[in-house]
Design a protein around this ligand. Structure first.
Ligand SMILES: C[S@@+](CC[C@H](N)C(=O)[O-])C[C@H]1O[C@@H](n2cnc3c(N)ncnc32)[C@H](O)[C@@H]1O
Length: 400
């Protein structure tokens, strides 16, 4: 593999010679988290910047990644220290995530101009890999705030070396990331929002009400407040608002009260039990796990998912070249409301156009070609029930 580069915007004065590619699992975020760019192959003589930590050749060798090795990066993960539970990390080789609505995404993005394609939620690179294989005139800029996603993505993209830059960051820092790569405009973008199956299925990440784990739920385990911090410290008012607003939870007040009475909580099962006990008997019997809305709401709050979405979409719109396209897949109503509102505003539309009429062109910066968006096919839902709540919206940048 060719040389790569990690650099941190806060640590530009430190340079370290690089030989061989740098596995992303070696990255440790500085505090505050810096912008980590992991470049692949374009500039073989580039240097590494790693938030101040020199990376030894031994550490950089992909062969040094093993479950038992203390050099695999995990023992220093602050997530371990922040929980009362012992964390057993799943090896990233277990990463599995089925890309949602892949056929629909590819049929839209196959039409974009040549250039840089921004995947704001890289995950295991399921969508991006398929797109790069379809279009050899695209170069991927892949962002994910989860270090473990980077390991999986890098592995998936192994045969496409030289055609991607991976960035460990939150996607609202699009401008800093693209400027850091000297990229002015992009030809396409994808936001496949929410969490990956890997995150949900890894008990140590604390996302799931189905398995015992520490109450964590941070996509970036190296920074920010955990679910444990949130449920143990938030006021009754904030907790009930979070449950209502981000989880559409009808029983937000009862649950918030029960959480406060049961504090301190440390594990996913403790939280799930408190929620189940707080529910009225009739609601406990309704379909779906009684704690699913609470877990969704807390995860959204912990990761600031709603607050940053609108600004990230607007920055993407600004960066898209004419005829460039952006696809957004959201998984719950709060997210989709923001996507819809942001796109309608950018398209210059008011809410007064009746639903059955096509959208008029009114001089906005984007064109919405698929009013109402798309949902997964029956066939996909049979194979991947996790796609059930997906709604895909997309737009095209207009020529000025
Ligand atoms: C649904 S998965 C994406 C799966 C991917 N499309 C694939 O096919 O493998 C969402 C990913 O986005 C990441 N993510 C979510 N919100 C993010 C944010 N604000 N900034 C950066 N990454 C984010 C998550 O860590 C997760 O890995």
């Amino acid at each position: 593999m060719k040389a790569g580069l990690i650099y941190s915007q806060l640590e530009r004065n430190h340079t370290y010679p690089l030989m061989g590619s740098l596995p992303v699992y070696k990255m440790r975020a500085s505090t505050p988290p810096a912008c980590h760019l992991v470049r692949s192959g374009r500039n073989p003589d580039e240097r590494i910047y790693t938030g101040g930590l020199p990376v030894s050749e031994k550490e950089r060798s992909p062969n040094s990644m093993s479950a038992s090795s203390p050099a695999n990066g995990y023992p220093l993960d602050p997530a371990v220290g922040s929980s009362d539970c012992r964390i057993t990390r799943t090896e990233p080789s277990d990463y599995s995530h089925q890309p949602v609505m892949l056929t629909e995404v590819l049929s839209i993005l196959d039409q974009i101009p040549s250039g840089y394609f921004l995947d704001a939620t890289l995950g295991g690179a399921g969508h991006s890999k398929a797109l790069l294989e379809l279009r050899d005139d695209l170069h991927l800029v892949g962002i994910d705030q989860d270090q473990e996603a980077h390991i999986a993505a890098r592995k998936a993209l192994m045969n496409l070396d030289g055609r991607f830059d991976l960035v460990h960051e939150r996607f609202d820092r699009i401008d800093e990331i693209l400027d850091g790569l000297n990229v002015d405009t992009i030809s396409g973008a994808l936001f496949d929002l929410g969490v990956s199956s890997y995150q949900l299925d890894t008990p140590a990440r604390g996302f799931s009400f189905r398995t015992e784990g520490p109450l964590d739920m941070r996509m970036n385990s190296a920074t920010g407040i955990s679910a444990k911090d949130l449920v143990n410290n938030a006021s009754y008012r904030d907790l009930s608002r979070i449950l209502k607003q981000y989880g559409d939870e009808r029983h937000s007040k009862r649950i918030a009260r029960a959480i406060i009475e049961a504090r301190p909580l440390a594990t996913t099962s403790q939280l799930a039990e408190v929620v189940i006990d707080a529910m009225p008997a009739a609601s406990r019997k309704s379909p779906g796990h009684p704690a699913r809305r609470t877990f969704q709401a807390i995860r959204i709050a912990v990761n600031n998912e709603i607050e940053i979405l609108e600004s990230a979409l607007n920055k993407t719109i600004d960066r898209l070249m004419p005829d460039g396209r952006c696809v957004i897949i959201s998984y719950h109503s709060g997210e989709d409301r923001i996507v819809k509102r942001t796109l309608r505003t950018a398209a210059g539309l008011k809410n007064t156009v009746p639903k059955h009429l096509p959208l008029p062109e009114v001089g906005g910066s984007v064109r919405l070609l698929d009013r109402g968006g798309k949902t997964p096919s029956e066939n996909e839902l049979m194979q991947n029930p996790r796609a059930t709540s997906a709604r895909l919206r997309w737009f095209e940048k207009v020529r000025n």
